[in-house]
Design a protein around this ligand. Structure first.
Ligand code: DX5
Ligand code: ZN
Length: 223
């Protein structure tokens, strides 16, 4: 199943609730929430209070992407404020296995992310313990960057590995996903598409409808 996962990092935080309602009205089920700590990545975005607030009104699946050093410290906090999945970076965890286990034990879906420079090999032993892998297609930290072409091969490599081992693991991509790169990542094997600027720049409802159509059109060409 293909999912567009709008990243609220690119939303207008002065009108966040209104913009989330627009997404929900257009049938979006999966909301990507980029938490940045200013340490693992240079920028700082937002944390639990924002998620707690939007959780009150939204029924979407909250996909919390922790771009945070030593994220194990915060798993329960993000579960408590309404996360439905927690994604941690392999590069940010002192003990990745224990962190993944803690997320699983907390009763939410498990995402594992790798930065562009991190090889698939570094996480291949963890695939059966996660629900999806987030392949960063930009350097984490900012919206509106250009897709890194080398990541296409990583998506393909990961897809082949998952298929070879007969695993039920989704592939999410995040960063620079737009008109020019969607087909590439879909054909490479990704099925969860994080998009910030493509969704939030301009008419959000029209953007979502257009992207959903493109996903369907391209999906029909992939067996
Ligand atoms: C970058 C964030 C991405 C970003 C995507 O670290 O994780 O989710 O918001 O933004 P676009 O789609 O504009 O590249
Ligand atoms: Zn993200």
């Amino acid at each position: 199943m293909y999912q567009l996962c709008p990243s609220i990092l690119s939303a207008d935080f002065n009108r966040l609730g209104e913009q989330i309602r627009i997404l929900e009205k257009e049938g979006i089920q999966w909301l990507h929430i980029d938490v940045m700590d200013g340490d693992f990545v240079p920028s700082i975005s937002f944390g639990m209070p924002v998620i707690k607030s939007i959780r009150k009104e939204s029924r979407m699946f909250f996909d919390v992407h922790l771009m945070v050093t030593e994220p194990e410290r915060y798993i329960q906090d993000f579960v408590d404020c309404g996360a439905d999945s927690i994604t941690v970076h392999a590069e940010a965890c002192e003990d990745l296995e224990r962190t993944i286990e803690r997320i699983r034990d907390a009763g939410v879906k498990v995402g594992l992310s790798i930065k562009p420079a991190t090889p698939v090999n570094d996480i291949s032993h963890m695939l059966e313990d996660v629900d999806f892998v987030l392949v960063m297609t930009v350097q984490p930290g900012f919206g509106g960057q250009k897709y890194i072409e080398d990541c296409t091969e990583k998506i393909q490599e990961l897809k082949e590995l998952i298929d070879r081992e007969g695993l039920d693991v989704d592939i999410q991509v995040d960063g620079g996903i737009n008109e020019d790169t969607l087909e590439t990542v879909m054909k490479a094997g990704a099925n969860l598409f994080v998009a910030g600027s493509w969704v939030f720049e301009g008419d959000i409802a029209a953007n979502v409808r257009h992207i959903q159509n493109r996903i369907e059109e391209i999906g029909d060409t992939i067996e």
